[in-house]
Ligand binder design. Structure first.
Ligand code: MIG
Length: 788
């Protein structure tokens, strides 16, 4: 028996990952029932397919093989369940059933059962099944053994468009367009990952298809180990499937990607605004200790006139890696330290791992362990034993975050941090990582409460980080109701944006890793995660001044800008390679702070609309196929285009400028777009362009948010060819949740060239926030036209 079991384990992943054409297809449609928002199809093999019409552009498809759709319907990812039913109709013919909304036409062919999605207005085909949805009728023996409720492998297969592009899928160490690639989702601790390593830390089973400029989205909401194949194993199909759980996906109609991202945010949650200082520069190290070293780092920043808002404390601040404690020798008085740093304008974020130390000595008292054990909040194996993974504290336990009381307890444990003035929490190791075995095999029989389902690891691994971040976020919200929580996570599942920002884990200090920044940040942005960043300079190994500078030239415009380094890596704070490099880094950090009102306006747009600040060009220029594969350039908001250098010894590069006119940010030279240009990029210059027609709001130089009152905001006006420009400026208190109830101010401005020069007019302002007295200044950039 044991041997059989091991054999199955060894065979399992390869068997499951491969050939979906051997799976059993769902039966033909025989009848249907209908409610005010659902159509349930009954098949001749007793399978059921249920379509739910949530919005004119959003239809959910659930399938249950050989049995009725279960009554229970729960997902940790979903934020919105109360959709008001849109207008829709259903018509039946001999061969098919058609559901029509104002935007979508969904046709279900009866035999074989094939679903297709069309634009209701143009009847153009958007996406069609290549084969009926299917399941593994021989079933997953390994899966069943541990989790009888897991069910068989399930899959859906779509026709692969001849010119279809694929985007999203969250955090993948891959290029922007995922066509002809395949991926697995199984949250994994993968230090030093390189391009192609898969899976890595996060699971966001959401992708966007784009063909002939028309986009749709698919969110396969299934937390089991899942697979996505965008035309890798066959040129006929793009398929997705999972090792258990339901066939359960949401179809989003575009045609614009921005609209899909908005709907995806409605469904899985809008990112709340973090505090404004989270956009400030951050510095980290594994680990700064004792307290005097933290002070030294902050002093260096201040003495060198380098902006800094946040310093991070990695695992060595704790007493023997016990979360919710401070080491008494290294940090005898955390509050005093934090107050002192606060006077220098610096906030402290502490790392919190999921592993709670399991005392080795019975007499040892550790409140987090003792309380959690007493209340029975820890994960257990099926046989009732405590699950004891090995992580930083040695033998440890994990909280079952699927239990609401356990989440509340975990959140409340953060009082020790908020009482000491800690400003934010950094959740690491939450795949969850386990030194005993990183593949998760040691955790196969770990059971979680899961709303009474008592499901196993197979279902819960990928949502562990989501729930841990949720517990942390909700705890901070309760402990400090007048402050916006700031949580950073490494692992995730869809919906994570409601609770945490993220960084891309343990990168290498190499040019290859730097080149991955742009496609990874933009892909995360296309997957509902707007607040992203990567360890500036790279985490593992030895970098150099050139790499560090080029790394800042990407990250100075990323939402999360934090330099971080592994314990045994060569130091890489901005000054470590000498003045030449430090001066360039200072220039970019200062520029980040100058652009703060622009960045914050873009971040608020992400909160409200789901459209991320850090964008691939295709998000702004969806009709331009020359942008579909461009992943060494990016845009911030609608107006700034950056073409960083991600290779050594390179001081010139080609830059693609989409249609329209563009100003070189450094020289104000004006270029006609729709073409490729070649520009100089010495080490102190990152090629950067401003869209003609933009007005960029900038602040006076600051070394941290709130250093001094902002007396004036300057709008740099870059007129388009007709002499016009426009801007939006978003302001609020930057700290409290009052923006959620209208305490913000949105100002729109337009500039027009007239007789006597440029006239700027202010539109009506929105919101109740009073920013206090501040002037608006205007600077008109007059570019000398360069013709190519
Ligand atoms: O096993 O806390 O990705 O940022 O410095 C390594 C120590 C654990 C991994 C994180 C990294 C952090 C490190 N952690």
């Amino acid at each position: 028996m044991i041997r059989l079991f091991i054999l199955i384990l060894l065979l399992a992943p390869s068997v499951f990952a491969q050939d979906i054409t051997t799976l059993q297809k769902i039966g033909d449609l025989v009848s249907l029932t209908k409610t005010d928002k659902t159509v349930t199809l009954i098949c001749n093999d007793n399978s059921q397919v249920q379509l739910t019409i949530l919005a004119p552009d959003l239809v959910r498809v659930r399938a249950s093989f050989t049995k009725p759709i279960p009554a229970k319907d729960h997902s940790w990812a979903i934020a919105k369940n109360d959709w008001s039913t849109p207008r829709w109709t259903v018509t039946e013919s001999q061969t098919a059933i058609t559901i029509t909304t104002d935007e979508l036409e969904v046709t279900i062919q009866r035999s074989p059962l094939l679903i297709s999605f069309r634009d209701a207005r143009t009847h153009q085909l958007l996406n069609a099944d290549e084969r009926p949805m299917s399941y593994d009728a021989k079933s997953s023996l390994a899966g069943m053994m541990f989790d009888p409720k897991a069910g068989p492998f399930v899959a859906a297969s779509k026709k692969l468009g001849f010119d279809e592009h694929f985007y999203g899928l969250g955090e993948k160490a891959s290029r922007l367009d995922k066509r002809r690639s395949s991926f697995a989702n199984w949250n994994s601790d993968t230090p030093g990952y390189i391009e192609g390593r898969d899976p890595i830390y996060q699971t966001i089973p959401f992708y966007i298809g784009l063909q002939r400029g028309i986009a749709y989205g698919i969110f396969f909401d299934n937390s089991y180990r899942s697979y996505f194949d965008f035309g890798k194993s066959s040129q006929q199909r793009a398929w997705f499937g999972a090792e258990g759980g339901e066939m359960n996906y949401y179809f989003f109609h575009g045609p614009s990607i921005k609209k899909i991202l908005g709907r995806y945010a409605d469904l899985t949650g809008h990112m709340p605004l973090p505090p404004l200082w989270a956009l400030g520069n951050q510095q980290s190290r594994w680990s700064y200790y004792p307290d005097s070293m933290v002070e030294e780092v902050v002093n260096e920043y201040r003495q060198r006139d380098l902006p800094l808002d946040v310093v991070h404390l990695d695992i060595d601040y704790m007493h023997g890696y016990r979360v919710f404690t401070f080491d008494k020798e290294r940090f005898p008085d955390p509050k005093a330290l934090i107050d002192k740093l606060a006077r220098q304008g610096v906030k402290v974020v502490t790392i919190v791992d999921p592993g709670i130390k399991h005392p080795t000595d019975k007499n040892e008292r550790y409140h987090a362990f003792d309380q959690g054990l007493e209340k029975n909040y820890f994960q257990r194996r099926r046989n009732g034993d405590l699950f004891v993974p090995r992580v930083w504290p040695g033998e440890s336990v994990f909280v079952d975050y699927t239990m609401p009381e356990a989440r509340r307890w975990w959140g409340d444990l953060h009082r020790v941090y908020t009482d000491n003035g800690i400003a934010g929490i950094w959740n690491d190791m939450n795949e969850p990582s386990d030194f005993v075995d990183q593949t998760g095999k040691n955790q196969l029989d770990v059971v979680s409460y899961d709303e009474g389902e008592k499901s196993t690891h197979a279902k819960n691994r990928n949502t562990f980080a989501l729930l841990m971040s949720r517990a942390t976020y909700e705890g901070l919200e309760r402990l400090r109701p007048d402050r916006r929580p700031y949580v950073i996570t490494r692992a995730a599942y869809a919906g994570i944006q409601r609770y945490a920002t993220m960084w891309t884990g343990d990168t290498n200090s190499t040019w290859e890793a730097l080149a991955l920044n742009v496609p990874m940040f933009t892909s995360l942005g296309l997957s509902g995660e707007p607040f992203v960043g990567s360890d500036v300079g790279g985490f593992i190994g030895r970098g150099n001044g050139e790499l560090l500078v080029r790394s800042y030239q990407v990250s100075f415009l990323a939402p999360f800008c934090r330099n971080h380094k592994v314990i045994d890596g060569y130091d890489q704070e901005p000054w470590r390679f000498g003045k030449y490099y430090e001066d360039i880094i200072r220039k970019y950090l200062k520029l980040r702070y100058a652009l703060m009102p622009y960045l914050y306006t873009a971040l608020e747009e992400a909160h409200r609309t789901g459209v991320p600040p850090f964008r691939p060009l295709l998000l702004n220029y969806q009709d331009d196929p020359s942008t579909y594969n461009l992943d060494d350039q990016f845009m911030v908001g609608n107006d700034l285009l950056v073409a960083p250098i991600v290779k050594p010894d390179v001081t010139r590069r080609l830059v693609y400028l989409p249609a329209g006119s563009w100003y070189d940010y450094w020289t104000n030279k004006k270029y006609a777009g729709g073409t490729m240009i070649s520009v100089d990029a010495p080490l102190d210059v990152v090629p950067m362009f401003v869209r003609a027609g933009a007005m960029i709001p900038v602040w006076p130089p600051l070394n941290y948010i709130g250093e001094k009152p902002v007396e004036a905001i300057t709008f740099d006006i870059y007129p388009d060819d007709s002499g016009s420009a426009s801007a939006t400026l978003y302001e609020d208190d930057g700290l409290s949740p009052a923006y959620k109830t209208g305490a913000f101010r949105r100002t729109t401005l337009t500039a027009r060239r007239g007789q006597g020069g440029i006239t700027v007019s202010l539109g009506p302002v929105e919101g109740s926030y009073n920013p206090g007295p501040r002037k608006f200044n205007y600077v008109v950039k007059t570019g000398e036209r360069v013709n190519f």
